[in-house]
Design a protein around this ligand. Structure first.
Ligand SMILES: [Zn+2]
Length: 472
């Protein structure tokens, strides 16, 4: 079986056939940078990061664009609220998003184009739409003529005749039809504006994605992604703009589901406790990523502290195997064990089935159980254990959560230099404790354990000898 993806446009899961063999081009709608990201915002980043990682693991050369909407009514409103220029607001929250993506180990996109840097491409696209009869200028604004594009509504499964008015325009008579949407909004106050043949103004939200996707990925590209809330009107409008000028545009449309609270899409009104920067004070970043990435991307995640804690505990079980295997095998053996193992067939099948992460995780859990059996058996072969460890790490890496990846190694107490130094020091203390025990000086042995505990190091006696871990 090869990769199959659920395509919103056809409402079916179908074989993925790239336009160019061996290469995949992806455009994902990124953030409107007007507030710090909460975990609902960042789920899209994690979902499409897993897609990119899986395509790369499958041998594709991946080009991944994720735009930054840095001019928008919401940003202008925030600028008034915060009493600073709109561009300072946009830059501030763009950095907050960049930080959140990095905290969660999302790979850096090939390019993150900003709307404000692409006004010439937008002007060209608008001119083409006007020339082809799909758009019209009206008193400084430019609108897309929805009635000129019979396919309008196909992505979201709506008929034009049943649609409501587009929300993104001033409630005035500039539009010919209330369902027409703004490509460009004339500047009527002292707000920001760029010169165009139709007057000074700023882009409507939808236009930028068509212009930037076309500029970098060409008239047709493979996959367009975004959150489920973007299907209508945003993606419907992107299709109208790009196909309106004859571009093939996206071949597959993928939409990730939401993080919900009480069944509703998570919103800013929930306060700060679900900001990425706050949640990672309650669980480690890798655990938050595991939580957001372990559900199927098309399933809503109903947020609860309990579910987050369960996910964190589940991840620690997987990580515990990796840590113990490294302890037994030593860092040198581990260095070679990761990247060269084949991924288990059932894992590949699960991921090829529309990124079936839950089924893929079941394979990881089974493999870890097998690894734990090898660890418990003092006579098991190191080679076999190294093979299992390599498989587990490769699978976890596809999900972006390999505990020994440089992103997480310092965090997890993995095989980094600090860990090695600490390990040497603690082992010295444990040897002293063992010597005290053999001399039946239990007070001295207990004192070693207590001093380690006071330093935050917990000792567990196992059949294979004492094992240490850092207090959570
Ligand atoms: Zn977009």
């Amino acid at each position: 079986m090869s990769l199959r993806l659920h395509d919103t446009a056809t409402r079916s899961t179908r074989d993925f056939l790239p336009l160019e063999p061996g290469r995949v081009s992806i455009y994902v709608c990124g953030a409107t940078v007007q507030a710090a990201p909460h975990i609902g915002h960042i789920r899209s980043g994690v979902s499409f990061d897993i897609l990119g990682r899986w395509l790369a693991a499958s041998g594709y050369d991946v080009t991944f664009l994720r735009n930054v909407t840095d001019i928008d009514d919401k940003i202008l409103a925030k600028a008034v609220e915060e009493g600073r220029p709109w561009w300072a607001v946009a830059a501030h929250y763009e950095r907050a998003f960049a930080e959140a993506y990095a905290i969660l180990g999302c790979l850096t996109p090939t390019l993150e184009p900003r709307a404000t840097g692409h006004v010439p491409a937008m002007i060209t696209l608008m001119q083409r739409l006007i020339d082809s009869g799909h758009a019209y200028a009206s008193d400084g604004d430019v609108y897309f003529d929805v009635a000129s594009f019979p396919e309008y509504g196909a992505l979201s499964g709506q008929r034009i005749s049943e649609m409501l008015a587009a929300e993104d325009a001033d409630p005035d008579a500039r539009k010919r039809d209330p369902r027409d949407f703004a490509l460009w909004k004339g500047t009527r106050d002292d707000g920001p504006g760029w010169e165009t043949p139709w007057g000074v103004g700023r882009p409507g939200w939808h236009l930028e994605c068509s212009a930037m996707a076309g500029m970098y990925l060409g008239s047709s590209f493979d996959i367009h992604g975004g959150g489920l809330d973007l299907v209508f009107p945003h993606h419907e409008n992107e299709i109208a703009q790009s196909r309106g000028v004859g571009d093939g545009f996206a071949q597959y449309w993928m939409h990730n589901a939401w993080v919900t609270t009480a069944g509703e899409k998570m919103s800013k009104s929930l306060g700060n406790s679900l900001l990425v920067t706050e949640v990672v004070k309650r669980v480690r970043p890798v655990e938050l990523r595991f939580y957001l990435g372990s559900a199927h991307y098309r399933s809503h995640i109903e947020y609860s502290e309990g579910a987050l804690a369960d996910a964190a505990a589940g991840y620690r079980r997987l990580e515990g195997f990796v840590t113990r295997a490294v302890e037994r095998l030593g860092a040198t053996a581990v260095a070679g064990a990761g990247e060269f193992n084949d991924l288990p067939g059932p894992f590949v099948e699960a991921m090829d089935d529309d990124l079936g992460v839950p089924a893929a995780l079941a394979v990881i859990h089974e493999t870890v159980s097998e690894g734990n059996r090898l660890l418990a058996d003092a006579h098991s072969s190191d080679e076999e254990l190294a093979g299992v460890l390599g498989s587990v790490r490769r699978m976890l890496d596809v999900l972006g959560v390999d505990p020994l990846a440089p992103q997480w190694a310092g965090d997890s107490g993995g095989a980094d230099a600090a860990h090695a130094a600490l390990d040497a020091l603690i082992n010295e203390r444990l040897a002293a404790r063992q010597a005290a025990r053999e001399a039946r000086d239990f007070a001295a042995a207990d004192a070693v354990r207590d001093s380690l505990r006071a330093a935050g190091v917990l000792i567990e006696d196992t059949p294979a000898g004492p094992r240490w871990s850092l207090e959570a």
